[in-house]
Each structure stands twice: as structure tokens, then as C-alpha cells.
Design a protein around this ligand. Structure first.
Ligand SMILES: CC(C)(COP(=O)(O)OP(=O)(O)OC[C@H]1O[C@@H](n2cnc3c(N)ncnc32)[C@H](O)[C@@H]1OP(=O)(O)O)[C@@H](O)C(=O)NCCC(=O)NCCS
Length: 143
């Protein structure tokens, strides 16, 4: 999926394309706890869906989903390199992940994620709402 944004050619978001080194690049870029190459590889292998975002030929963002493909899905590791925040990359990643998830899960499936404190408004735009468990946000089947 490619979307034109002002001042740039486009945002490219696609399924797949994440390597352990790419995972480490984005995770390090947003200041997350560092992962070994093996840990990063395991996260990718065990994901049901992986989405990557690209600025020209450069990896700039990622997201992944785990779950059964039926009753639930959990989204995680949604991140965009800081110098590109606020340009729509995060939204494009999240929308692409949700498209992949929504087309396979049941209508009454629960979609969850743990929102980094402060990011709740970003997720609320996509139908997520806070749960009784702190920072856990859930998204029930959409119309
Ligand atoms: C959260 C994150 C992925 C959003 O990516 P992004 O590319 O900046 O998001 P977008 O440009 O698509 O932003 C969409 C809208 O959400 C808003 N938004 C984005 N991040 C936000 C945040 N942390 N808090 C509140 N609003 C936020 C933007 O202001 C934008 O609003 P606008 O359209 O009115 O300008 C990015 O900030 C990020 O990588 N953060 C560090 C890692 C992280 O915390 N990930 C979340 C793990 S749960």
C-alpha cells in the first residue's frame, strides 16, 4: 500500500520484509530494550503477521500481530523511527495490520494491544478503547 504525503513521494507499507537486523534498527531507534539477533528472529518467526513501512528503500517502521487467526489477535511492536513521527507512517502500519487481522478473524474476535502510556489517542482512532487492565486496549469486532 502506498500513500502520498505532503513533501515526500509516498509511504510504502507492506506485509513482511522484516529481518532481525531491521527489527533491531527500529527498536533501537525508538529506545526499546535491545534484543539479540536470535530474540528478534524468534519474534518475527512467531508472528502471525508482520508489516513494514519504507521511506524510499529504507525501513522506517514495523508492526506485528500474533494470535489464532480466529478468536483473538494481539498487536505489538508498532514503531516508527522518530524523525518520521507524525507523517502517517504509524497509521499506515496499524491500518495494514488491522486489514490482515480483520480478514481472517471471526466477527466477534477480540483484538488487543498494550499501549505505551500516552499513545492511547493514536489507537482510539482505530476503534481501540482502554480496558480495566491498565494500558491494555481492546477492539471488538467492527461493523
Ligand atoms: C506511536 C507511533 C507508532 C505513531 O506513529 P506515527 O507515524 O507518528 O503516527 P501517525 O503519523 O500516523 O499519527 C497519527 C495521529 O496520531 C497522533 N499520535 C501519534 N503518536 C501519538 C502519541 N504518542 N500520542 C498521541 N497522539 C499520537 C499523531 O499526532 C497523529 O495525529 P494527527 O493526524 O492529528 O497529526 C510512533 O509515535 C512511535 O513509533 N512511537 C514510539 C514507539 C511506541 O511507543 N510505539 C507504540 C507501542 S504500543
Amino acid at each position: 500500500m502506498a500513500t502520498a504525503i505532503e513533501g515526500r513521494t509516498s509511504i510504502n507499507v507492506k506485509a513482511g520484509g522484516l529481518t532481525p537486523e531491521g527489527y533491531q534498527l527500529v527498536a533501537d531507534g525508538v529506545g526499546w530494550e535491545s534484543r539479540t539477533t536470535k530474540q528478534a528472529r524468534d519474534l518475527i518467526i512467531n508472528a502471525r503477521h508482520v508489516v513494514t513501512a519504507w521511506d524510499q528503500e529504507s525501513l522506517v517502521g514495523m508492526g506485528r500481530a500474533s494470535g489464532t487467526g480466529a478468536h483473538y489477535a494481539h498487536l505489538s511492536d508498532i514503531a516508527v523511527l522518530p524523525h518520521l513521527h507524525g507523517l502517517g507512517f504509524g497509521s499506515a502500519i496499524l491500518q495494514h495490520l488491522l486489514n490482515l487481522v480483520d480478514r481472517e478473524v471471526r466477527d466477534d474476535a477480540t483484538v488487543t494491544l498494550h499501549a505505551t502510556p500516552g499513545t492511547e489517542p493514536f489507537y482510539e482512532r482505530f476503534g481501540f478503547s482502554p480496558s480495566a487492565t491498565p494500558f491494555l486496549m481492546t477492539r471488538r469486532g467492527q461493523e
